[in-house]
Design a binder for this molecule. Sequence first.
Ligand SMILES: Nc1ncnc2c1ncn2[C@@H]1O[C@H](COP(=O)(O)OP(=O)(O)OP(=O)(O)O)[C@@H](O)[C@H]1O
Ligand SMILES: [Mg+2]
Length: 437
Amino acid sequence: MIASDAAQLLLKLSGYDVNLYGWQRRFIDDDSRFRIMLKPRGVGATFTVALEALTRAFTKPASTTILISYSLRQSLEIFRHVKQFLDRLSASSFQHRGKTYNLAYSSGERAAVLANGSRIVSLPNNPDALRGYRADAVYVDEAALFRDDFKVRTAVMFTTVARQGRIALVSTPKGRRGWFYRAWTGEEGWSKHLVSYTQAPHITQADITQLRSVMTDLEWRQEMECEFLDEVNAFIPYEKILSCVEDYQPSKPSEESRVYLGVDFGRFRDSTVVVGLARERDGRLRLCYLAELKQRPFREQLEVVAKAAETLNPVAVAVDSTGMGAPLAETLSETVRNIMPVSISSAVKQTLVNNLRNIITSERIVIPADATALINQLRHFQQITADGATRYEAPTGMHDDYVMALALACYAAAADHTAQPSAVNFWSWPSPPSLRP
Ligand SMILES: Nc1ncnc2c1ncn2[C@@H]1O[C@H](COP(=O)(O)OP(=O)(O)OP(=O)(O)O)[C@@H](O)[C@H]1O
Ligand SMILES: [Mg+2]
């Protein structure tokens, strides 16, 4: 039986009323050892990977399949897809051409063993975690989002080499860098699959219209048109940003941690971003809170900031008080202690973002791998010099609200003289502009 028919049969047996699309069948039936899929958001790629992995595991006894994701949360998410299929199929068996297939399985949080001895394991982005595995197939989901991806590449290659294992990379693009970009554009030997959102009719015209209205032009080109965008005039090198990324879930820090909040009030799309940083024992700032409040009334946004302040008990809350931010900062100060209003003139912005860049390039900050919107904005944030003046901003068609909220939180941290001797450096730059309004 061809693989996509077996996959379709599994879908049917598990009670899904889903007919595989042509591109899904082509991908599943492609027997190449190295496959790569470039795809827009939401078309059904993770679904395809989970289904194919399961189909191959059922049809090849005693095989090992590894799914790798860019974060722990994402690896649990992809395994949830696998588990959903298995749960629906479990304890049943079926006949095909005289053979009986048994669909019983046992599973933990991130691994399943089928009755035929095949294993499916879902791992986060950690090259060390791959050591010791010998895999018949490895799937790397959202491969362009990986940090240390050349280390992952080496680890994946070693994992598959003994068994002539197959490798599949699947991703939406994220810049002209890394293993995924190289494999798609330069490396020999990859069988390529380009998917368009027009080939996934579950994304309706109404969805497209709505998505188009909330995405900026650059986001649309990257996420839906699959363009590998350059970080033109990047202010902070992407590799430096990735050096600060770790795989963890932001959580409330211990009582004795000194916490700083940064609040950027969005002007263009009614959205506000709040970032919380907790100082660790070694002086690094760990992102412990991140919220984007889209299209909510200002009253509600202020309530969220107040709630975050109540929970995290910050020693300083740096609030963008430019323009209409001024009355909002004032209102906040009625309920929240330690408000630090910052009026962001272009000179102040320069100081804020330079401080942010210093902290990132010296790896004094830790950002969670799942904070993809923040990482994306940091990657695109640019420095432009024209007519003797320098501007710091998002490229046309993108926003910098995450960047500025982070920069404000870093400013609050740098201004905390009690906790941080290096705050002196912050103030000792040539002609530091005043950060007070
Ligand atoms: N052939 C199909 N017919 C209808 N719906 C499908 C089909 N294939 C997948 N889907 C649905 O598409 C939705 C998105 O699937 P999935 O999360 O796998 O997409 P993705 O491309 O990985 O998205 P993201 O970019 O967010 O990671 C799911 O609800 C899934 O059930
Ligand atoms: Mg996915």
